[in-house]
Design a protein around this ligand. Structure first.
Ligand SMILES: O=C(O)CCC(=O)C(=O)O
Ligand SMILES: [Fe+2]
Length: 338
């Protein structure tokens, strides 16, 4: 019997090491091109992030989710300044109009002078675990250069003039998000009110690049849809990130690379934590295809700014409080237009 397909492994080290040779970078760019065309998902190694730091992030996630409900609810998303930051109870996170079976804690980049304007609020942090805030900020500071390196590699992979420099420009002052997802097993008896069967519904990520860290010992949770319509497992590979491209990349590359649908079905018997880091363009970036990316007949008529796209994705039906009806089915305009 044929081996089930598994995701390719990319070594990003040549794009982080100033001493690397052009041939080493070219080999990475070629592998990135292949992975982005065939899967839109891959394992990333050679990123240089300390394994102890990655494991500490996961441990903090478990510690946070195991706090009493009332304590977590003190930092509810619905009380945050811009209503996207903080804790979302089980079922409040909505994907494609359905409640997910996960609880979440959402963090976004802060800007000076926070306000209630969309995405401009102040981050709310839990008081316990006390080290969560400094550890997250340290972790993000380490991942941002990796995100930039991967954008440069993608720019080279496309083979268009100055592709690396132009992609680097888009993420010079990147927006970012980081989410702690906490998944109870789908067999948990008190989930009767939830829509059972799926932990996080089928979706594409709506931004640039996602770097996923998840409990190493839990297999068979994240699934990725292949171009042939089969679902393959994206089990954790120790030391690696599972990386995927988001909807922005469809437009930026004129659909040479497209975001891939994925979902989570966590039937295991322990609580699972996953931590996606969403590495994003600057908020003011106009999302339009890079020159040289081929026939542009599919271009959106008027390029939207990344900020407009994110506001649409985050504010229109993404979080719905417990007890309220989920009525909106979110339509992802950018990926439909792209
Ligand atoms: O938990 C996972 O493995 C993936 C979560 C995910 O797809 C997301 O948060 O966008
Ligand atoms: Fe996702």
């Amino acid at each position: 019997m044929a081996e089930p397909a598994s995701l390719p492994v990319i070594d990003i080290a040549p794009y982080l090491d100033p001493e690397s040779s052009p041939a080493q970078r070219a080999a990475t760019a070629k592998a990135v091109d292949n992975a982005c065309r065939e899967y839109g998902f891959f394992y990333l190694v050679g990123h240089g992030i300390d394994e102890d730091l990655r494991q500490e992030m996961l441990r903090l996630g478990h510690e946070f989710f195991s706090l009493p409900k009332a304590e977590k609810e003190q930092i509810s998303i619905f009380n945050s300044m811009d209503r996207v930051r903080g804790y979302g109870r089980l079922g409040e996170n909505v994907t494609s109009g359905k409640r997910d079976v996960l609880e979440g804690y959402d963090i976004y980049r802060e800007y000076p002078d926070p306000s209630s304007e969309m995405l401009r609020g102040a981050q709310v942090w839990p008081s316990r675990p006390a080290s969560l805030k400094p550890t997250v900020l340290h972790y993000v500071s380490k991942l941002i250069p990796v995100g930039k390196a991967l954008m440069r590699a993608m720019g080279d992979a496309l083979g268009v003039e100055n592709g690396a420099e132009r992609f680097e420009e888009i993420v010079k002052d990147p927006f970012w998000g980081l989410k702690f997802n906490g998944y109870p097993p789908l067999s948990t008896p008190d989930l009767s009110e939830q829509e059972k069967g799926i932990s996080c519904g089928e979706h594409t990520d709506y931004g640039g690049l996602t770097f996923l860290l998840a409990d190493d010992h839990i297999k068979s949770a994240l699934e990725v849809e292949t171009k042939d319509g089969d679902w393959i497992k994206a089990d954790p590979l120790p030391g690696a990130y599972v990386v995927n491209i988001g909807d922005m990349v469809n437009v930026l590359t004129n659909n040479r690379y497209t975001a891939t649908v994925h979902r989570v079905i966590h039937r295991g018997d322990t609580h699972r934590v996953s931590i996606p880091f969403f590495f994003e363009p600057s908020l003011t970036t106009l999302i339009k295809p890079l020159e040289g990316c081929g026939d542009d007949s599919n271009n959106p008529r008027d390029a939207a700014s990344y900020y407009e796209h994110m506001c649409h994705m985050l504010y229109d039906g993404r979080f719905v409080e417990s007890g309220k009806e989920v009525t909106e089915v979110l339509v992802n305009e950018i990926s439909l237009r792209g």
